[in-house]
Design a protein. Structure first.
Length: 489
């Protein structure tokens, strides 16, 4: 039985939203209402910001050492681990992830990231470093301090609810910030579990506040002068709005936005491994991942062979109820998203691209927001389906002639979030990877792409700033120099 949450979490207490408004949470695989969540407005968001401001200006949290905060975060990590099975079931129900995706990525990875952040700040991250003696008008010395940035508004997306919440919350809390978290309105339940976890771990009141709602809630967070930093994950269109709304009060913004990541497959690459990577880029969480490899670039001499291998793999993909362990791919998140993906598929056909697999809805599923995995060939990089982030189970395959051509096509994009290169010679693949303007590139399958030590974020319109690891923690810290004189000049 999935729990209803009819109250927001503000200043360490559960508070009914203004007007007592609630909203249904819908399972995207069944279209059934699975729970009720609070539906707040600007007043709720303003109250949450005020609580976070008081907790930062007057409370103990920012003044604690990182090691002291780490103790609380590790208690939170233990409490999260204890609710692992519950979190998996909740993620399957509200986000539509398959059991395998939830156990292997949606839940396991962010729990590891959160625990690593708690360990990191206890053991490895200095808050003060000594300056070298200053020589000029006089002689002096000092320290460079790393201090919490302030009140942070964290706004996450629907596709990876717990993952996105935790990779923002971990470094924000570790740095000493106080937080207002706004989950995606279609997947709010996993966020409210975090409020229960915070209470259990003894997080001081006002340090974590959670408000669910729509655009008006987000606008309050991005415009309220008491907010110092906004960390947003979502589309580049909304990311521009966040920047514009934050600008008048000079808030820092960290933006993790869209992607159209290129997967470069050279003529001597292992095509079996490459085909599997193409498949994963299409079907993981029904293609709803900003860093998924959805734009495959293959040497023209291997195009036909790669297409044949990918189609053969797609024929074995089971689409259906994500709660069934046999299911390989679940639904997209909403009817609106399904309609958007279908419109882009039709656009691809009108532009002259050819569908070699899929293209419609599974005929045996009458309920749920399901789509067939869809593969396009005869694609030019100028086409809409090669340039727009589709956020559905749709892949395109584009041929290239040589390494320079592959790099040119890969970089011919407004986005630059992720990418991949496969070649028999890893040194050659590495040289290609260096030339691709994107925030993360895996070579021959990578291996550290989900490591908590990796910096994740994008070039160009894929965003600003970084998440994960030391780079992610650094976003929530201000730098202050304190100097003093030793002798007069």
């Amino acid at each position: 039985m999935i729990k209803d949450y009819r109250q927001q979490y503000i200043d360490g207490a559960w508070v009914a939203p203004e007007g007592g408004t609630t909203a249904d949470v819908v399972n995207p695989a069944t279209e059934e209402v699975i729970a009720v969540a609070p539906w707040g407005g600007r007043g709720d968001a303003a109250a949450a910001v005020a609580a976070a401001r008081r907790a930062f200006d007057e409370g103990p949290w920012p003044g604690m050492s990182m090691a002291e905060r780490s103790v609380v975060l590790l208690r939170m990590a233990d409490a999260l681990d204890a609710r692992f099975d519950e979190l998996v079931a909740l993620n399957v129900a509200e986000a539509g992830s398959t059991v395998a995706e939830s156990e292997g990525f949606q839940i396991t990875v962010p729990l590891a990231q959160f625990r690593d952040m708690a360990d990191r700040v206890m053991l490895r991250f200095p808050t003060e470093t000594a300056q070298l003696p200053i020589v000029g008008a006089g002689i002096g010395q000092g320290v460079i301090r790393r201090e919490p940035y302030g009140v942070a508004a964290l706004i996450s997306a629907y596709n990876f609810p717990l993952f996105l919440n935790l990779v923002k919350l971990g470094p924000a809390l570790a740095a000493g910030c106080t937080v207002v978290l706004k989950p995606a309105p279609t997947t709010p339940l996993e966020a409210f579990v975090l409020a229960e976890i915070a209470e259990e771990a003894g997080l001081p009141p006002g340090v974590l506040n959670i408000v669910n709602g729509d655009v008006d809630v987000a606008q309050e967070l991005t415009t309220n002068p008491m907010v110092d930093l906004v960390s947003f994950t979502g589309s580049d269109t909304v990311g521009r709005l966040v920047m514009a709304q934050a600008a008048p009060t000079m808030k820092k913004v960290v933006l993790e936005l869209g992607g159209k990541s290129a997967n470069v497959i050279c003529e001597d690459a292992d095509l079996d491994a490459a085909a599997n990577e193409v498949l994963i880029g299409m079907i993981t969480h029904a293609g709803q991942g900003c860093a998924l490899l959805t734009r495959t670039l293959v040497h023209e001499s291997r195009l036909a062979e790669l297409v044949e291998k990918v189609v053969a793999l797609l024929e074995h993909v089971t689409v259906g109820d994500p709660a069934d362990p046999a299911t390989v791919m679940g639904p997209v998140g909403s009817a609106t998203q399904r309609d958007r993906v279908e419109d882009l598929i039709r656009t691809g056909e009108k532009d002259g691209a050819k569908i070699v697999f899929g293209g419609g809805r599974p005929k045996d599923l009458s309920r749920g927001f399901f789509l067939e995995p869809t593969l396009f060939v005869d694609v030019d990089n100028s086409m809409t389906i090669a340039r727009r982030e589709i956020f559905g189970p749709v892949g395109v395959i584009i041929p290239f002639t040589d390494d320079d051509d592959a790099v040119r096509i890969a970089n011919d994009s407004e986005y630059g979030l992720a990418g991949a290169v496969r070649a028999a010679d890893p040194a050659r693949a590495y040289e290609i990877a260096k030339r691709i303007r994107t925030g993360m590139v895996t070579v021959n399958g990578g291996g550290g792409g989900l490591s908590p030590h990796t910096a994740f974020g994008g070039y160009k319109q894929s965003g600003l700033g970084r998440e994960w690891g030391d780079a992610g923690l650094d976003e929530f810290l201000e730098t202050k120099s304190i100097v003093w004189g030793v002798s007069a000049g």
